[in-house]
Design a protein around this ligand. Structure first.
Ligand code: CCH
Length: 275
């Protein structure tokens, strides 16, 4: 055998289809977030595990699953994501051959697909880092109170471009909600937080967003006071280049789904080299 064949033989075969269907089975969780669905928080786990990547020195990223360790878990940006990790423990127990790093990314793909989003082909092979020493520095994830130059700094550092930024934020914030006990912000972006759609772009442009009067951090609300936008979200409407792309996604759901799928795959594979 050559090295590659030997590696293949030595690896216990993992039935990824079985893992996927077991993940799909746990997405509905009674009482979770008022809509009984953990899809959004699993997508956020996949994104935050990946979004620490730094193209310049190839540190961070989904390979390693370093958010298991306290240092990264305690980054304020990751508040609440221990819930997502815990929900996946029974899957890891049933399929011990999958790494946490692969499981988190696969779970985010399954969540997106099960919520009606695009199917993303999964490439396995991430490994779990042995210790906290592999954690990237805290503070690499975007700050919701900041503007377009900060957003670009963070995503360009990963190696992503403006189209990828708009597709990713629009997809990510088309599902789920903010939690005042996690980020300080409160509320969902759309009225369909467990369905993957291009509704985020429709809400962003078709609604009037006014400053919410409350004791929390600056955020915006629509006239029903039920929906919200972060300061960073409004940059997608206010920055001319982000706006041009966002308007395209508002009108063309197919283009949005296609671009989101490839941007999310790229994001979740940053720094991950298969061999
Ligand atoms: Fe996000 N996001 N995100 N986000 N995000 C929050 C929640 C979600 C920013 C800030 C926040 C992406 C980009 C950005 C999701 C997916 C993506 C929250 C509230 C803040 C704050 C957290 C809480 O309180 O629970 C900022 C800033 C940026 C970019 O500048 C990208 C990219 C994605 C994925 C593609 C998802 C999903 C949620 C909801 C989580 C949940 O628990 O419902």
């Amino acid at each position: 055998y050559n090295k590659e064949q030997f590696t293949q033989l030595a690896k216990p075969k993992l039935d990824y289809q079985a893992v996927k269907s077991d993940i799909a089975d746990i997405l509905e969780q009674q009482g979770w977030d008022g809509y009984n669905h953990i899809g959004p928080v699993l997508v956020r786990l996949g994104w935050h595990a990946s979004g620490t990547y730094n193209k310049a020195d190839k540190t961070g990223g989904s390979d390693g699953a370093t958010m298991r360790f306290n240092k990264e878990q305690n980054d304020p940006a990751n508040a609440g994501l221990h819930h997502a990790q815990k929900f996946l423990e029974p899957i890891k127990a049933k399929h011990p051959g999958i790494s946490y790093a692969d499981l988190w990314v696969l779970a985010s793909y399954v969540a997106i697909e099960e919520m009606g989003g695009p199917k993303i082909d999964f490439t396995p092979g991430r490994k779990d880092a042995p210790s906290e020493a592999s954690c990237p520095p805290n503070g690499r994830l975007p700050d919701a109170s900041k503007g377009s130059s900060h957003i670009r700094d963070v995503f360009y550092r990963m190696g992503l471009n403006d189209r990828e930024i708009v597709a990713l934020i629009g997809g990510g914030h088309g599902i789920g909600k903010c939690h005042s006990d996690r980020s300080g912000y409160e509320g969902p972006w759309t009225n369909a937080p467990t369905t993957f759609t291009n509704l985020y772009f429709k809400e962003l442009f078709d609604k009037t967003w006014t400053q919410k009067k409350w004791n929390g951090p600056l955020q915006y609300e629509d006239n029903t006071k039920k929906l919200m936008m972060l300061p960073a979200d409004l940059e997608i409407r206010n920055d001319p280049e982000f706006k041009r792309i966002a308007l395209e996604y508002k009108e063309n759901k197919e283009a949005f789904f296609k671009d989101f799928a490839s941007a999310f795959k790229k994001l979740t594979e940053l720094g991950f080299k298969q061999f």
